[in-house]
Write a protein that binds this ligand. Structure first.
Ligand code: MF3
Ligand code: CO
Ligand code: CO
Length: 263
């Protein structure tokens, strides 16, 4: 299926879904502390989405081809977990780093965003990885404008990650998003500038680089979802949903608590 361009009215609904996804990340921030379980964070977010926001948690029972239905409402990926970490009875401890990935459906449209959280004080290496990954996401977002190519996004992200001695996960990518959770195009976080699809106003997609402190290789755990680094090195990820606008880009997953853009 081809890339879906959103109308002005659809973009308005994407803005609402995007803000609501970001507001779940705001809401959960105060609960990320030593001693809490990832399952408790899931339950708090689920309740907030369903009962406070009137949104549908898109991950719950999500089953793309080849996967069993995802059993929870959010993804919580700790330390060497790269993405799709399934919440459960794991207790967070000081020094852990955690990605929380939220996707809501509101009025037929999806908003998808993730942030990194520190449990207590992070190590110097962990902080550096999280900061570099944030800058990677922003370097990818900042090249978005009509006429830019998808390869420009990947190249900007890859260059920054590798300049810091980190590596880009290849198996997962950003994605078009709208009425469906994952639409075309695939937004790779590595690649060659000047190649790939030319961006047009009305496209909506995510930029969500997964950056490893060590080697890029990953593997899937027996739960069929959780992805970890093969070498057990730390991994970080940040995600925004963006729209291509006439003048460049618009970040759709913005809320009061969204961290300021990387400088
Ligand atoms: N939110 C993830 C993404 O950014 C997808 C999670 S799929 C799930 O694309 F089923 F694990 F929730
Ligand atoms: Co996404
Ligand atoms: Co996501």
């Amino acid at each position: 299926m081809a890339v879906v361009l959103k109308t002005a009215e659809e973009l308005e609904r994407m803005r609402i879904a995007g803000r609501l996804a970001a507001e779940v990340l705001d809401f959960i921030t105060a609960y990320v502390k030593p001693g809490v379980t990832t399952g408790k964070l899931n339950d708090l977010c689920h309740d907030y989405m369903v009962n406070q926001q009137g949104t549908v948690p898109a991950p719950l029972n999500y089953a793309p081809p080849g996967y069993k239905p995802y059993p929870k409402s959010i993804c919580t990926s700790v330390n060497h977990q790269v993405c799709h970490g399934v919440p459960g009875d794991r207790v967070l401890k000081p020094g852990d780093i955690l990605n929380i990935d939220i996707t809501v459906i509101k009025d037929g449209f999806h908003g998808d965003s993730s942030r990194m959280y520190y449990v207590g004080e992070p190590s110097i290496q962990a902080r550096r990885l999280v900061d570099v990954t944030y800058e990677c996401m922003w370097r990818g977002i900042r090249v978005v404008r009509p006429g830019a190519r998808l390869g420009d996004i990947g190249a900007a992200i890859q260059a920054h990650a590798e300049a810091h001695g980190f590596s880009v996960v290849r198996e997962f990518c950003g994605h078009g998003i709208g009425r469906r959770f994952h639409e075309e195009p695939q937004v790779l976080h590595y690649g060659k500038a000047g190649t790939g699809l030319a961006l047009q106003p009305g496209m909506t997609f995510t930029v969500e680089p997964m950056i490893n402190a060590g080697k890029p290789a990953i593997r899937e755990l027996a739960d069929g979802w959780t992805i970890v680094t093969k070498d057990h090195s730390l991994s970080a990820q940040w995600e925004h949903t963006v729209a291509v606008s006439e003048g460049g880009y618009e970040v759709l997953t913005h809320s009061r608590g969204t961290p300021p853009p990387a400088s």
